[in-house]
Design a protein around this ligand. Sequence first.
Ligand SMILES: *Cc1c(COP(=O)(O)O)cnc(C)c1O
Length: 370
Amino acid sequence: MNLACTSVRQEIDTIAPYVPGRSIDEIRERYGLDQIIKMASNENPLGVSPLVQESIRRHADMVFRYPREGNPRLAAALATFHKVSPENIVIGNGSDEIIDLLIRLRVTPGKDNIVCCTPCFSIYPLQASICGTEIRREPLNVDFSFNFEALRAKVDQNTRLVFITTPDNPSGYCPSRDALLAFARSLPEQTLLVVDEAYMDFADDELSASLLTSGVYPENTAFLRTFSKSFGLAGLRLGYGILPKELAQYFWRVRLPFSVNILAEEAGLAALADKSFREATLRTVREGRTFLTKELSATGCTVYPSAANFLMFAPPAGSLQAVPLFEKLLQHGIIIRPLKSYGLEHLLRVSIGTHDENRLFLKALRDCIK
Ligand SMILES: *Cc1c(COP(=O)(O)O)cnc(C)c1O
């Protein structure tokens, strides 16, 4: 029944919901399996740092307090980590919240537009459509690289944000730092380039791949990073951005005052301090990526080059197609990600696991396509 008092704005009515990876409990129950391996959501293969767990336990008795507004200790630690001023740092309930607020801060519904790729991380167009914003989408090249010239051609005087993910999700593609810099410099002055570097620290050489790490970037650029991947805090929801100072001030003015909770802030501080856990994570992912790339290719899969903690691949020609292969892997207790919701029905994405998980995934895959 559709009551007049429950109808929603027209732009909400047409929105397709976000499609998350399948959960372990759901698959365990459905197939009655003991062991489930989840390689679907690009989470940290090593789990949570022991120092982070210790910090969460130590601060459990503080959760009756409201957090301090503006998360100043974490902002200071992040500023040191990235060698920027604390005034450039913003922090959110996942980078998802920062994406949402950037759109709401900068874009006037019905007048302005945003530009992104297709396919791209679905949160950009999803939050933009909730805001009633025009979304201009430029297809990726066939090899999943960015067509910067065509993206630039989509930008006009009403374009307030351009979203680029590097390394890209779901392909793992990482454009050269110079190409991205040239693109940023080509944009008109009212357009802010948002570079989402959620996976950048997994690149083999972060310094040469990242505009943020280079420290030499134009004023019209904002960067997004997250604690969800290499820092292993996806479930606590903590993301951050490096923004031009003026925009960062507006961000803090409109962010809900307590959207980042006390335990997330403490965990973020501990995660930044635990250098050895993070180094172990990066080593595990880089080695696993090389190993899985080689082994998947040996089974006849087409594997796309990736600088991230996941690989996009197509099953061997003449074997099971991507979606049936995904479903058959579920019966073996392995959850990966079909890319149908990205419009890539012939492709799959697998997150890099521990060495054991990678081997069990490969064994199940070989069984499935035999
Ligand atoms: C995982 C991911 C993020 C991180 O989102 P959080 O809200 O911080 O968990 C951001 N951007 C992309 C492209 C991602 O894949």
